[in-house]
Design a protein around this ligand. Structure first.
Ligand code: ADP
Length: 306
């Protein structure tokens, strides 16, 4: 399908005996798509495979309509990649570094330099652009990484954990830039993160990875399901036994270690069914309130967290 920016079919990647990705089939639509999963889920591997840096044992992948195996250079020319690890050259100032990245991406020298100045102002490093990047704070280094990913005006951005190591203010600023890129500048991007709020703040679609497999995917609003189908519940009585009862009635329970757990009620059921089961099993309901489904719920259900 031409309107998809990335497609993977049955992709498996191993590092020695480690299965980093197993039979991953996924599509990424234009716009901002979250790639969500706990550490070690395979997110970086997926991005690196799309860039042609690791070769899958099996499967097919396309980026911007191009087959990854046949066109790795063309794909890399059109992608901006913000890796998870540090990416700066010690001793080089920011503007020289970003211009150099622009040259590597194929820009003529004058254009690369002009763009380097532009993107550094855009990411908030205008004042600091002549400083040696080694002296930068973590937040500045993250922004520099974003700057080098943008220098050649790519058609698609891969952002790997862009808020890693940032304090709350730095994180908000980084997410604001991602928002602006996706929603005002119309840049297609894949945001890899283990942080649900980062994905929720910036993306409409998500692909959830867990242990190298796709746990769920789709528009976040749809995955969350309609409001009122999730309840907060606190009881007095034998909690583990009542959780078993609820689960036996197709009601998913999460956060069962917390004071207030979350209960997912299937279509056609509601609060009255929870009350009914409680009465039947002599459990006292202390608190039962409809709640708004969160991405955290989607994630918990997809990866089968208790
Ligand atoms: P994520 O980005 O979701 O944290 P990764 O793609 O980095 O996940 O890692 C997926 C799995 O592959 C993990 O078990 C990790 O330890 C392993 N892995 C990643 N890179 C390498 C590597 N270069 N060599 C060996 N194992 C690796």
């Amino acid at each position: 399908m031409a309107d998809l920016v990335v497609q993977l079919q049955q992709v498996s990647v191993t590092y020695g005996k480690t299965h980093a990705l197993t039979n991953v089939s996924a599509t990424f639509a234009p716009g901002a798509v979250g790639l969500l999963g706990p550490n070690g889920a395979g997110k970086s591997t997926l991005l690196r495979a799309l860039l042609g840096f690791v070769s899958p044992d099996q499967g097919a992948m396309s980026v911007l309509g191009l087959d990854v195996r046949a066109h790795p250079r063309e794909i890399r020319r059109r992608i901006g990649y913000m890796p998870e690890t540090d990416a700066h050259i010690p001793g080089m100032n920011a503007v020289t570094f970003v211009a150099y990245c622009g040259r590597l991406a194929g820009l003529p020298a004058a254009d690369a330099m002009q763009r380097a100045h532009e993107v550094l102002f855009y990411v908030g490093l205008g004042e600091a652009r002549y400083r040696n990047s080694e002296t930068y704070s973590t937040g500045m280094k993250q922004r520099l990484k974003l700057g080098q990913a943008l220098v050649h005006d790519p058609d698609l951005l891969f952002l790997d954990e862009p808020t890693n190591g940032l304090d709350p203010k730095g994180r908000d600023e980084m997410l604001a830039l991602v928002q602006d890129l996706a929603h005002n500048k119309g840049v297609n991007l894949i945001l890899s993160s283990h942080l649900l709020p980062d994905v929720e703040a910036t993306c409409h679609h998500v692909v959830v990875l867990d242990k190298g497999r796709v746990a769920t995917h789709g528009p976040i609003a749809e995955l969350k399901g309609p409001t009122g189908r999730v309840f907060e519940l606190r009881i007095k009585g034998d909690l583990p036994a009542f959780v078993d009862v609820l689960r036996a009635h197709q009601m998913d329970c999460h956060g069962t270690d917390d004071d207030v757990m979350r209960v997912f009620v299937p279509a056609g059921m509601g609060a009255q069914d929870v009350f009914g089961l409680a009465a039947q099993h002599r459990v006292q309901v202390r608190h039962l309130r409809p709640s708004v489904p969160t991405l955290e719920d989607v994630f918990a259900r997809a990866v089968g967290e208790p």
